[in-house]
Design a protein around this ligand. Structure first.
Ligand code: DX5
Ligand code: ZN
Length: 216
């Protein structure tokens, strides 16, 4: 299975964001992970719709928008207007999962659900037929730079067994050159990395992560 790297701009220098995401694209990243935090679903606040529509002009990457917001149904259309290609919302953040999925798919975009570390896959299994991807968080959502939780690998394996090979499973949080192979080995095929991409030399970091995957 092809492993896709999705660099998380949360760890980028926002003062030169356009430059940094262009560099990530030039280094071969085909996706861009955009973490939206509302200070309610998670304790942190990041950025929102105006930032996403601005950076949309600078790259052609697949915009992988990770909504860490309460009642995402309120904003899904606006994030799609801003340029989202994939919209991921949290199972824990809404009682209207089916409605959210329909909103995303009716606009021709990829729908995904995320589960925080304490949430089991039974939160997403009723919706698998309609979903394009499931994100298994490998840290508690809210902050970049946390340590990868190896115990999530069993959740990823369990999910991969259910969905088969033709389905995207994403992991997000604490991924670096040392553990990217483990995450992929467990069955994840879209891998988010923030600090390990934007901390330091972006090109070198992306090449290193991709090489660590290629050795699988
Ligand atoms: C955490 C975010 C992650 C974060 C990953 O809530 O969803 O996408 O940016 O950052 P690193 O790779 O630094 O853990
Ligand atoms: Zn994320």
């Amino acid at each position: 299975m092809e492993i896709i790297l999705s660099p998380s701009v949360l760890a980028a220098d926002f003062g030169i964001l356009g430059e940094q995401i262009r560099e990530s694209e030039r280094a071969g990243a085909k996706y861009l992970h955009l973490d939206v935090m509302d200070g309610v679903f998670v304790p942190n606040i990041s950025f929102g719709i105006p930032v996403i529509s601005s950076v949309r002009k600078y790259v052609n990457s697949v915009f992988d928008v990770h909504l860490m917001i309460k009642e995402p149904e309120r904003y899904i259309d606006r994030f799609i207007d801003a340029g989202a290609d994939i919209v991921t919302f949290h199972a824990e953040a809404t009682t209207k999962a089916e409605e959210c999925i329909d909103m995303i798919r009716s606009r021709g975009k990829r729908a995904a659900m995320a589960v925080s570390p304490g949430t089991g896959i039974e939160a997403v299994t009723p919706y698998l037929d309609k979903l394009d991807m499931v994100l298994c968080m490998t840290v508690e959502p809210g902050y970049g730079g946390q340590a990868y939780m190896t115990e999530i690998e069993s959740k990823v394996k369990e999910l991969r067994n259910i969905v088969g090979s033709d389905f995207d499973i994403q992991v997000d949080g604490g991924i670096n050159e040392d553990n990217i192979g483990r995450a992929a080995g467990a069955g994840a095929n879209i891998i988010v990395a923030g600090t390990s991409v934007f901390g330091g030399d972006i090109r070198k970091n992306i090449e290193g992560l991709m090489k660590a995957c290629a050795q699988l």
